[in-house]
Design a protein. Structure first.
Length: 311
């Protein structure tokens, strides 16, 4: 019997729950932990393999095959330390962003240092469209990539594209510059903030990426442009498909729901203790310059802040 613990049962936690329930070939027990679990349960239809719920860490199992942390990143190092003291995890998946400050990231690194199988759910490197594009690139020549959209959440979601560019270029992020002034706005989640209406320039070795977000309540598909010498790729990330224009070709790739994607990820982890998701050490190295930039940006308004209120 495989034991899975979901920590944080908001919309993301529920998607993981849906993914687990799609795995019919394995016997699985699901444990849910959330401080507001009682009010959440009333709003959700939890039948299937739902086993135990709790708002107290002392009731989580002592051994867990897979722990999924889908809480906000606020004080995550403290939460993980408590979890590790209460239970032994074979495998761990973390949602992004990782922390609210560089100092907290270093603390989280220390908390997780003895765990082997820790992954971060930035899964674009696992998508067939980007595997296809990677096969066409020559990293000896400069690779340029831009990501553009309306209010797409640079603080919350940029790690997805930083990890993707790391996958495509085999280089790590080392420099971030603000090419067009970004401003702070209220996040969708109450009490948190998000950067919008500006542009970042990121350097990975001799490769370069731009992140552009326009302040607009009208959501549009993210547009991604990749150039590598005489090769150009135009990608639209739509709700159900990825559309790729490459030369005279127009290719469509399936963009599955999170619950379907994670079904395969979770099953592989339970069976083999392996995953194609990026490992935590690599993600942490990529995230450090990001969170360092976000905090410095936040301190231009609030100089005494020790962390930035992103979620």
């Amino acid at each position: 019997m495989h034991k899975i613990l979901i920590v944080g049962f908001g919309s993301l936690g529920y998607r993981y729950f849906e993914a687990i329930n799609k795995i019919k070939s394995l016997k699985i027990k699901i444990y849910l932990f959330d401080k507001k679990i009682k009010s959440i349960i009333k709003q959700q239809n939890l039948n299937s393999r739902f086993i135990k719920m709790s708002d107290n860490l002392k009731f989580i199992p002592k051994k867990v095959d897979l722990c999924i942390v889908s809480t906000t990143c606020q004080n995550r190092h403290i939460l993980l330390k408590k979890l590790i003291n209460k239970s032994k995890f074979k495998n761990l998946i973390l949602e992004k962003p990782l922390t609210q400050s560089p100092n907290e990231l270093l603390k989280l690194n220390n908390v997780l240092k003895d765990l082997e199988n820790v992954w971060v759910n930035t899964d674009r490197r696992c998508e067939n469209i980007y595997k296809y594009i990677k096969s066409k690139l020559n990293t000896k020549n400069k690779i340029f990539m831009s990501v553009e959209g309306n209010s797409w959440g640079i603080c919350c979601n940029s790690l997805h594209y930083v990890d993707l560019f790391n996958f495509l270029t085999k280089q790590h992020l080392h420099t971030i510059k603000e090419k067009s002034f970004l401003s702070w706005f209220p996040s969708k989640r109450s009490g948190f903030k998000e950067l919008d209406n500006g542009k970042l320039e990121l350097k990975f070795g001799n490769h370069e990426m731009h992140l552009l977000s326009k302040k607009n309540s009208l959501k549009k598909n993210l547009k991604i442009f990749i150039k590598n010498k005489n090769k150009t790729f135009y990608i639209k990330e739509k709700a159900e498909i990825f559309e790729l224009k490459y030369g005279s070709r127009r290719l469509l790739f399936k963009n599955h729901l999170l619950s379907i994607k994670m079904k395969n990820v979770i099953k592989k982890i339970l069976l083999n203790n392996k995953s194609n998701l990026p490992n935590y050490l690599n993600s942490s190295k990529l995230y450090y310059p990001l969170i360092d930039f976000f905090l410095k940006k936040w301190r231009t308004n609030f100089p005494k802040s020790i962390k930035v209120p992103i979620t």
